[in-house]
Design a protein around this ligand. Structure first.
Ligand code: ZN
Length: 161
């Protein structure tokens, strides 16, 4: 089964600085705030590459902007985690690949685990190794991120008394 890319804490699309990609003929920038400094810094570095800027309001307007882009467009996203996730997911649904999109967060990444006892996913601290799920299970955070479950597969263990 093919799993579409999703945004997670180790996504290749995440970057601390947007870098102009010379292989693309056009830039499509989606930001949650017009003229945010990361956006103006990028636009300066794009030189004469044509670019469009879309200020994110909701998924459907973002979708219309993404769909309107031509082949050979590279996408740059500056937003907080929740908005970036929505934009990324929408772009992937419209056929944008991970190689065609860069995401710079304005806040921290969120990390999720998937509990193998109660089969739900929940947010955890980035650096957590062991956590306790809302169901009570003590979980060891595994290395495998499930795109289907949208979390790191985490296994229950019995803590030492
Ligand atoms: Zn659980």
């Amino acid at each position: 089964m093919y799993n579409s890319p999703v945004l997670f804490d180790a996504s290749p699309a995440l970057t601390t600085q947007l870098v102009p990609n010379a292989y693309f003929k056009k830039a499509a920038i989606i930001t949650d705030q017009a003229q945010h400094s990361a956006v103006s810094a990028l636009i300066e570095k794009l030189y004469d590459t044509p670019h469009d800027v879309h200020v994110f309001k909701d998924a459907e307007q973002a979708r219309a902007f993404i769909v309107a882009q031509k082949m050979g467009t590279h996408f740059y996203v500056v937003a907080n985690w929740d908005e970036a996730t929505t934009i990324f997911t929408t772009a992937v649904e419209e056929g944008v690949s991970e190689a065609e999109i860069q995401v710079q967060l304005r806040d921290d990444v969120k990390k999720y685990i998937y509990c193998m006892k109660c089969f739900t996913s929940s947010e955890i601290l980035k650096e957590a190794v062991n956590v306790q799920c809302a169901c009570g299970a003590h979980l060891e955070v595994g290395p495998f991120y499930s795109k289907v479950r949208q979390g790191y597969i985490s296994y229950p263990f019995i803590p030492e008394a």
